[in-house]
Design a protein around this ligand. Structure first.
Ligand code: ZN
Length: 394
């Protein structure tokens, strides 16, 4: 089935307006999608930050279905350190306010959080678009989750005491729709736990912070206003800036019947614009550092191999000019679904086919989060003679 790939304009997820200031992120070559001209917009009216234009929903759906990796395949289904810490923090917040009852998690991935709540006496249910994730959840924890999009599922109204929406709202086209549905399935005195990346402390954002998959970038104010608009009243607000890849905000809210409410304050569009422009300047200098590193390290090598076909590689090709001046032989990725696809005209191959026994080969590891993991995998290969370059850890 051919999927129509195009970009569409979208309204502000918080106030619905169409206008604002755009910050261009460049043209990214994305495996399975092609070249995308990415922009973030700062809403003129409420200061909310979003991708606009954005890849159409159908193509994004295909991307998640085919390539997105939330099943931790490289760790045998087990979660990362950052995920474990998020689970720990969320369970602590839940225990502080609630007694075990019925919980539904939207976008439950491999159900790590649900497995912890189950041990604490909760009756658990959830959904995820990925069948792979559902299979891993069943195998690891004996938890059966529904597959599909939350907004499409038929769930009995008022049947849960707690709904968890963790690291989901930044990905969805209409966060308010998801929050209203969460409200509908919660009992009268039910609670909602939401966690998303938070637009705060820009000095803690890594290079490449604005990524293709995050189409809404919430601040404390824009998230609170979305919650108020969908019938929730925040009880507990925590911003965590340490030990995560970037700052996150966690809010536990209770369902409220109030028909009238006063919105919280909004962000100043000018203030947000300054914050993002300052960040972009420091991001550019980080890409320049990588560019200079590669311009020194790649000299004299005949075979340049890029290891990793994810969004980091899309960002690398767009921001690191040295890569345009060398011949890249292949891009290596362990995901079988990416085999044979191209990024910037270079074919993606599987790790087994990578010829690393030749001292004229050089491998650039293109991943921030998995750099060490990939390094160890390559280093342990038999007859390894290629030079390996790590961009972040030296
Ligand atoms: Zn707005």
């Amino acid at each position: 089935m051919a999927v129509n790939i195009k970009t569409i304009k979208r309204p502000c997820f918080c106030c619905g307006r169409q206008d604002g200031f755009r910050v261009p992120l460049g043209v990214w070559s994305i495996a399975g999608i092609g070249d995308l001209d990415l922009n973030i917009r700062i809403c003129d009216s409420c200061g909310a930050v979003l991708q606009d234009p954005v890849l159409n929903e159908e193509a994004m759906g295909l991307y998640y279905k085919s390539f997105s990796n939330y099943t931790n395949a490289s760790r045998n289904g087990l979660p990362s350190e950052a995920t474990l810490e998020a689970d720990f923090r969320q369970v602590a917040t839940i225990q502080k306010y609630l007694k075990p009852g019925w919980v539904f998690e939207v976008g439950s991935a491999t159900a790590n959080l649900l497995s912890k709540l189950k041990k604490l006496g909760w009756a658990v249910d959830g959904c995820d678009p990925s069948q792979n994730a559902a299979d891993v959840a069943a195998e690891l924890w004996d938890i059966q989750i529904k597959t599909g999009l939350f907004e499409d599922l038929k769930i009995k109204p008022q049947s849960f005491d707690l709904v968890v929406v963790s690291h989901v709202l930044e990905h969805v086209y209409d966060p308010l729709l998801n929050l209203l549905k969460a409200n509908e399935i919660l009992s009268e005195d039910g609670c909602l736990l939401v966690e998303v990346p938070c637009l705060t402390d820009p000095e803690k954002w890594p290079a490449g912070y604005f990524t293709f998959e995050h189409i809404n970038i919430f601040s404390k104010n824009s998230l609170i206003n979305c919650l108020l608009k969908s019938g929730f009243e925040p009880l507990d607000i925590t911003i965590t800036s340490e030990r995560m890849p970037y700052p996150v905000i966690t809010i536990l809210s209770k369902k409220t019947n109030r028909k009238s409410f006063t919105l919280s304050e909004t962000d100043s569009p000018d203030g947000v614009k300054r914050m993002i422009q300052t960040y972009r300047e420091s991001e550019v200098s980080e890409w320049n550092r990588i560019d200079q590193l590669l311009s020194r390290e790649l000299i004299g090598f005949e075979r340049v191999i890029i290891w990793g076909a994810g969004i980091h590689t899309s960002q690398l090709f767009e921001n690191v000019k040295t890569l345009n001046r060398v011949t890249i032989r292949s891009i290596i990725d362990s995901d079988p679904q990416k085999r044979g696809l191209e990024m910037c005209g270079v074919k993606i191959s599987d790790p087994v086919s990578a010829d690393l026994g030749d001292a004229s080969s050089v491998v650039v590891i293109s991943s921030r989060a998995s750099e060490n993991e990939i390094y160890n995998t390559i280093y342990e290969r038999k007859h390894m003679k290629a030079k390996i370059i790590r961009l972040y850890q030296r």
